[in-house]
Design a protein. Structure first.
Length: 138
């Protein structure tokens, strides 16, 4: 079995490669919240198909991992209500910040976008503060 750092490295390379291919292939930023939002909009049939393929490939990635490396044991230790609340807050934050970690963190920072760098500082600072607070209270 691969050490965890190899899995992280391969995952990071795959994310970077997919973002780079989308940018080089058609000039679009690989912000997942924007792609998913556009998929739900259905205003352009061509863009809708492209977004559906991108989201479909992203959802199929765990199956590819399973085929290549076998099952990975994952233990979820948080309560379901906490996970749902966290997911809703992340979605709200992505909408409020006009993008998510993939759009701002992967693509925006690579382009040295001031807006993306400010967004990254905000969501990383909030994440660090949240973890510190939960560990302090828990």
């Amino acid at each position: 079995m691969n050490p965890d750092w190899i899995n992280g490295l391969v995952g990071g390379l795959m994310i970077g490669a997919s973002a780079g291919l989308l940018l080089l292939g058609n000039g679009r930023i690989a912000g997942i919240s924007g792609i998913l939002g556009g998929l739900l909009d259905r205003s352009s049939a061509i863009a809708w198909k492209e977004r559906a393929i991108f989201i479909g490939a992203m959802l199929a990635s765990p199956l590819l991992y399973l085929l290549l490396f076998g099952e990975k044991s994952i233990e979820i230790t948080s309560e379901p209500a906490m996970l749902i609340a966290a997911g809703l807050l992340v979605g709200f934050g992505a909408r409020l910040g006009s993008g998510c970690t993939s759009g701002h963190g992967v693509c925006g920072s690579a382009r040295l976008s001031k807006r993306s760098l400010a967004a990254m500082a905000t969501f990383m600072g909030t994440a660090i503060g949240t973890v510190a607070l939960v560990n302090l209270l828990g």
